[in-house]
Design a protein around this ligand. Structure first.
Ligand code: BES
Ligand code: MN
Ligand code: ZN
Length: 500
């Protein structure tokens, strides 16, 4: 897929060449001057006339009419010198790759040097480039009869320049791994509920485990009954599909210590149960396993890059259905932890499934827990569709997660859990907890409930109800599943420093 070349001249034949261009008085230097000369000064003229634009993220295409090796030049506007942040760089790459792919061109070359600046080094540019390449060109194939016709995708990407070829290659591979794993998460989330049951999700995890030599454990319904996982079982009660508790273990340290648990909500379809969702609110609920997809995506990166960390991934999976067997509002259930729960709303099912998953993660020795879930509509009201909500019982662990999110370019903002919030989830008259203490502060209530099961273990909860899907196409991918938090979690694991 990738090749890296250090030396190159403009006579080598190429379908297309991508060049970054900063806004400054038109006076070309270096390779741009060389190109301009080979093209009889036309580039200078085109910049002057505005046909080639250096404005932020502007894409300008120029044909070279056989005068030089590359048939087409794609200029990517970088705006004012150093007026570019890393996210915009990724978006700019995404935009040009989409343009090239839309034109059905199948190979391209990037002049790496032209994207360097005081702000990013070669390696950063290489990472951004390959990650964006994977992200921006992702498409969900779908089920149209016409979708079986072969697609024209970019198949060969050459990167030119760079001081250290092996370093560039390594950065390209890492970026591509992050992008590809995000796409795997997107793919799972985009699958309809009838195409991805808890059993399918378990099989996917198993194949990932085999590929990367993870320890795989899939708990069946009978196992859950023996372990007393009454919360996950209650959610599954109305379903004809068997539930699965999916566990993958990766040991990158000599001893099983400093164990990070990645826990992902794996509700393959959420009808709301007897607290049935309205007909408009039910559409889209195939995406209620976005948390599971994110932790699986992160495991893919972990399997590829093999960091020196210990990780246990836990996914509680089922759909949430109605039937004569289904659990009901007013039911009281007993979770694996022994805590009893009064069910006031069967649509607050995610926190029930996660309660047993968090307890089970601790059984596997989790010292730190990060859970990811499409948990509440409330987080969308609070933070919108571009920002993941984070809640925690531990400042330092949260800081590490936040730093990774910033670096991965995934927006995250914290919401509080105060004692008064905890009192509300503990407010049942007849059980230890209630799963839905009323309309106000849904996102906080959901998190506070899960926090009761994390107890003293450092824990961060990420509510991705708003960010797991996008309404519109963007430079880094189509509308639909975003694969959000795959990269943040993978980076968090890679960089993690045990807390004393
Ligand atoms: N899966 C939903 C949350 C959700 C909403 C995800 C919109 C994606 C988009 C969750 O299980 C749910 O139903 N939450 C309820 C909680 C309430 C009943 C306490 C909600 O947010 O309304
Ligand atoms: Mn629900
Ligand atoms: Zn749900």
């Amino acid at each position: 897929m990738f090749s890296v070349k250090v030396e190159w001249d403009f006579s080598t034949e190429q379908e297309s060449l991508i060049i970054g261009l900063v806004e400054k008085p038109v006076k070309f230097e270096g390779y741009l001057a060389e190109l301009d000369q080979l093209l009889d000064g036309h580039l200078t003229q085109l910049v002057k006339s505005g046909d080639i634009s250096a404005k932020k993220k502007a894409i300008s295409k120029v044909h070279t009419f056989g005068k030089i090796g590359p048939k087409r030049l794609f200029f990517v506007g970088l705006g004012k010198e150093n007026g570019f942040d890393f996210e915009t760089l990724k978006e700019a790459f995404g935009k040009v790759f989409q343009t090239i792919q839309d034109q059905k061109l199948q190979e391209t070359t990037v002049l790496l040097d032209s994207f360097k600046s005081d702000l990013f080094e070669e390696n950063d540019v290489a990472h951004a480039l390959s990650e964006s390449f994977a992200l921006s060109t992702y498409r969900f194939k779908g089920y149209k009869q016409s979708s079986n016709e072969p697609e024209k995708k970019i198949e060969q990407l050459t990167v030119l320049g760079g001081m250290d070829q092996t370093e560039i290659e390594a950065a390209l591979t890492v970026g591509y791994t992050y992008g590809k794993a995000t796409n795997s998460a997107r793919e799972l989330v985009n699958l309809p509920g009838n195409m991805l049951t808890a059993t399918d999700l378990a099989n996917y995890a198993k194949s990932l485990g085999e590929k990367y030599d993870f320890e795989v454990e899939i708990l069946e319904k009978e196992d859950m009954e023996k372990l007393g996982m009454g919360a996950l079982l209650a959610v599954n009660q109305g379903s004809v599909e068997p539930p699965k508790m999916i566990v993958l273990k990766y040991q990158g340290k000599e001893n099983w210590e400093d164990v990070i648990a990645l826990v992902g909500k794996g509700i393959t379809f959420d009808t709301g149960g007897y607290s049935l969702k309205p007909k408009d609110g039910i559409v889209g609920m195939k995406t209620d396993m976005g948390g599971a997809a994110a932790v699986l995506g992160a495991m893919e990166v972990i399997g590829e890059l093999k960091p020196e960390q210990n990780v246990v991934m836990v996914i509680p999976s089922t759909d949430n259905m109605v039937s004569g067997n289904a659990f009901k509002p007013d039911d009281v259930i007993t979770s694996m932890s022994g805590k009893t729960i009064e069910v006031l709303n069967t649509d607050a099912e995610g926190r029930l499934a996660l309660a047993d998953a968090v307890t089970y993660a601790k059984h596997h020795g989790a010292n730190y827990i990060v859970d990811v879930a499409t948990l509440t509509g409330g987080v969308i009201v609070a933070l919108g569709n571009d920002t993941t909500g984070a809640l925690t019982n531990h400042e330092e662990l949260f800081e590490q997660v936040l730093e990774s999110a910033v670096e991965a370019g995934e927006q995250m903002w914290r919401l509080p859990i105060f004692e008064k919030d905890k009192e509300r989830v503990r407010g049942s008259k007849i059980a230890d907890l209630n799963n839905s203490p009323g309309r106000d502060g849904h996102a906080i209530m959901g998190a506070a409930f899960i926090g009761e099961f994390a107890e003293d273990t450092p824990w961060v909860h990420l509510d991705i109800a708003g960010t797991a899907t996008a309404k519109k196409d963007s430079d880094l991918g189509p509308s639909g599943a975003t694969g959000v938090m795959t990269r943040t979690l993978a980076l968090f694991v890679e960089r993690f420093e045990p807390i004393k």
